[in-house]
Design a protein around this ligand. Structure first.
Ligand SMILES: [Zn+2]
Length: 101
């Protein structure tokens, strides 16, 4: 045992997840966990006439994602996707560079 903790709390991924979810997810590609179809999120069948949004696979109609929004929070369920590939720009400088006016 080295005395170095093996894990840190979830606050450590704040920057990485903020970058990930500050993009347009409709251009992300995902794989349906049920049938294996790979497609852009924009190709999913979205049902939005309910309290939440449900996106279903265009091939097998399985639920890919669910999103429920409240005034001060949101719930996102992505278990219908075996992966989600999100295009993000390459970093141009150290991540947390201060802005100079
Ligand atoms: Zn499917």
């Amino acid at each position: 045992m080295t005395g170095v903790p093996e894990w840190v709390d979830g606050n450590d991924i704040a920057g990485a997840t903020r970058e990930l979810f500050a993009v347009d997810l409709t251009v992300a590609r995902g794989r349906c966990a049920t049938c294996g179809r790979e497609a852009m999120v924009a190709e999913a069948h979205v049902y939005d006439r309910a309290p939440g949004i449900v996106a279903r696979c265009a091939s097998c109609e399985s639920v890919l994602l669910r999103l429920v929004r409240a005034p001060d929070r949101a719930w996102l369920d992505l278990r219908g996707l075996s992966y989600l590939e999100v295009p993000i720009p390459a970093p141009v400088a150290p991540a947390a560079m201060p802005v100079v006016a």
